[in-house]
Design a protein around this ligand. Structure first.
Ligand SMILES: [Zn+2]
Length: 696
């Protein structure tokens, strides 16, 4: 008999052996790991000792192999997808979710955490340890662990109903988005549309049965999906068709069998009841209990201050658009409608900042951009990044592996970089995830550190025809963004994995390091260090740089006001709205629109019926997070501006302080304290407004 090969996913720790893992390993490995972990959990629940060593350490030891293996599976789902892998992942997903819920809702564990908090030893634990325990207590409480009897039953009932309602909301929206289409047959109807949209629309027509459809001769099928809807609104010269499409878009899921209005009402009612059961005054208060923002007041205060600064700018943007349309002889200048905004802003953008994304590519070959990025990391954080290809198995030959070292040369972290788009097996977008968390542990009496390892995944243009990968500016910004997340994961000095890196960081603070890094793409010294023509070596022309700066602030007042409108609406509905009261959710929206939009919504505008972030996703009473984190990141960058961006010594000193606070402390301290430790004061909105060209 031949010995069965060991299942590589059973390793449960270390660098994942990507060269050996195959989809058929997933089900047997996860089944075995879950069974072991569940047994160990049952044992721990009946033998909890209310100490760090007696509860938290064994809990981590028993859950880690499951989450390690599942992390590998999910990573592969994103970068090396296949029908076999998807099937295996789908088969195990419910089991893993069930296990995770059992851990977070365990009464014995919850009692154990509370006993630690009440014990005499509490004061001897580090702040990181205390925050890990407090988060576990809060997570359990928000999952209803403290409830008994009828209240517990009711709570569970609400949870179930809310999960179903949110799925129904998303399904209705999806169905209604799919239900509408505009089939165009005359060349006059597609005037202005770019070739990419024509090709996509012809393909959509073929998929819908018009087998002979071509990009040149049609028919063309335009739909309400964003990749079809948005370019149509931006480029179609047929105002009547823009109106038709716009009206269809804003009334999705607002009547008939897919009407989301009763669902919205029900969701808001249940969320309010659930918050009450858990002892909160509103659902917004419940949501903020686990976020950085201290109170609804603080959130509204911030939003109101940004509103005050962006409203006039948005009015000016609108006036400029109308004027621009007028100067081009467009009759709609006198009767400007919502279906005209996207079209005229695109025309204005083209004329003012004629900057073709393709023209920039030759200046941004990947290798050079990486050199520039790593040079910046050395300059401001004092870290050295060197290739370590071959030291870790990878899932694709294009994947790179890098070592991050301290100034003294000692390795402190590693990361994988998977840069190129591979549509057949790789998810779109870009992200950072962790492969291994930093942790201090004792082995044979010796204290050791497990170094963090990150995955950085982008989807940029691959090399073609012997040319290197040439990036557009958006791809450069995206790489900096994900690298910022990666830095927080890799430069952590926290010894407990539950609060190391991005772990245990409040989600309205998590985009601080990533958005912070994006700012450097506009810094002259940084940009010119990485932007050189890949063939001639000539630097980026100054005119291109000036246009990049100008384009950054194009219509920024309108963009900010739009985000403020959504954020305030979200908070109002989850804090003050009374279900069944005098106002409907739509009334609330129309009331807020008076002060947060410059082109008022049409009477039939049913935006809430498609506000998937808060009714179908996880952003309820959390939409403000986008702006909250942007204030933090802009203010953090302004510390460098104050120090003087061309003062090397000052930049290095400020950079070390950023590293020693934001990047190092991760989830071990409250983000406000971390921010204050870096900035010496609470966050200020001025830098964000200034960077957006909105400062008074
Ligand atoms: Zn991000």
């Amino acid at each position: 008999m031949i010995a069965t090969t060991a299942n590589p996913l059973l390793a449960g720790k270390g660098l994942p052996p990507f060269d050996q893992i195959r989809p058929e390993h997933v089900v047997p490995a996860m089944t075995e790991l879950l069974a072991k972990a569940t047994d160990a959990l049952t044992h721990l629940e009946t033998n909890t000792k209310p100490t760090w060593e007696g509860l938290i350490e064994p809990l981590e030891a028993l859950t880690e192999p499951v989450f390690w293996a599942w992390g590998v599976v999910n990573h592969l789902m994103g970068v090396k997808n296949s029908p076999e892998l998807r099937e295996a992942q789908e088969a195990m997903q419910p089991e893993v979710v069930k296990f995770g819920m059992r851990v977070s809702q365990s009464k014995p564990l919850y009692d154990g955490y509370k006993a630690i908090r009440n014990s005499a030893d509490w004061g001897t634990l580090s702040e990181a340890q205390q925050r890990i325990i407090e988060s576990s207590i809060r997570e359990a409480e928000l999952a209803g662990v403290g409830l008994e009897g009828e209240r517990r039953d009711r709570f569970n009932e609400i949870q179930l109903e809310l999960a179903n309602l949110s799925t129904q909301f998303s399904n209705n929206l999806l169905d209604e988005t799919k239900a509408f289409s505009l089939t165009l047959t005359q060349p006059s109807e597609v005037e202005g549309l770019p070739p990419t949209l024509l090709a996509q629309a012809a393909q959509a027509a073929r998929a819908a049965g018009a087998e002979a459809a071509t990009p040149e001769a049609g028919p063309w099928r335009i739909t309400l999906d964003m990749p079809s809807y948005l370019p149509f609104m931006q480029h179609s010269r047929r105002r009547d068709l823009r109106e038709t499409l716009y009206r269809a878009y804003i009334t999705r899921a607002s009547s008939g069998e897919h009407d989301n209005q009763p669902i919205i009402e029900r969701i808001l009612t249940l969320r309010k009841e659930m918050a009450g059961i858990l002892g909160f005054g509103s659902y917004a208060e419940l949501s903020l209990a686990s976020k950085m923002a201290p109170s609804v007041d603080a959130v509204e205060h911030l939003l109101e201050s940004l509103r005050g600064s962006s409203y006039a700018a948005a009015q000016q943007d609108l006036a400029a658009l109308k004027e621009f349309a007028r100067s081009h002889g467009a009759p709609e200048a006198e009767d400007f409608q919502p279906w005209d905004s996207a079209f005229w802003s695109e025309r204005m953008r083209e004329e003012k900042y004629a900057l073709n994304a393709e023209e920039l590519r030759p200046y941004f070959p990947l290798e050079q951009v990486l050199d520039g990025l790593f040079g910046l990391a050395k300059r401001i954080f004092g870290i050295v990044i060197t290739p370590a290809d071959g030291e870790a198995p990878v899932w694709h030959p294009d994947v790179r592996y890098f070592r991050v070292s301290d100034e003294d040369g000692g390795a402190i972290a590693y990361f994988y970089l998977d840069p190129y788009s591979r549509p057949a097996e790789k998810r779109g977008g870009a992200w950072m995830d962790f492969a291994i968390n930093r942790k201090r542990y004792v082995e044979a009496g010796v204290s050791k550190v497990r170094l963090p390892v990150a995955y950085l995944v982008c989807n940029q243009s691959p090399p073609v025809d012997g040319k290197p990968s040439l990036m557009n500016f958006y791809e450069v910004e995206t790489l900096f963004h994900e690298f910022g997340h990666g830095l927080q994961h890799m430069l952590t000095t926290v010894d407990y994995s539950g609060a190391a890196g991005i772990n245990n960081v409040e989600w309205d603070a998590v985009e601080l390091p990533s958005q912070f890094m994006e700012n450097w793409c506009y810094d002259r010294a940084t940009l010119f260090s990485l932007a050189k023509h890949y063939q001639t070596g000539e630097p980026l022309p100054e005119t291109f740089y000036q246009r990049l700066l100008a384009a950054r602030n194009f219509m920024s007042g309108s963009a900010m006001l739009r985000q403020i409108h959504f954020s305030l609406l979200d908070i109002e509905l989850h804090h003050r709205y009374v279900p069944g009261g005098a106002e409907t959710p739509k009334d609330v929206r129309d009331r807020l629109a008076k002060t947060t939009t410059v082109l008022p919504p049409l009477p039939e505008d049913a935006f809430l019926c498609s506000f998937g972030h808060i009714f179908g996703g996880g952003y309820a009473a959390g939409y403000y997070s986008y702006k909250w984190a942007e204030v933090l990141s802009a203010d953090a960058f302004s510390a460098f501006e104050e120090a003087g961006l061309d003062n090397e010594a000052a930049v290095a000193e400020t950079g070390r302080r950023f590293r020693n606070t934001v990047l190092s402390l991760g989830g071990s301290k409250h983000p406000m304290e971390v921010f204050k430790a870096f900035r010496g004061r609470e966050p200020d909105t001025e830098p964000l407004l200034r960077h957006n060209g909105l400062a008074a």
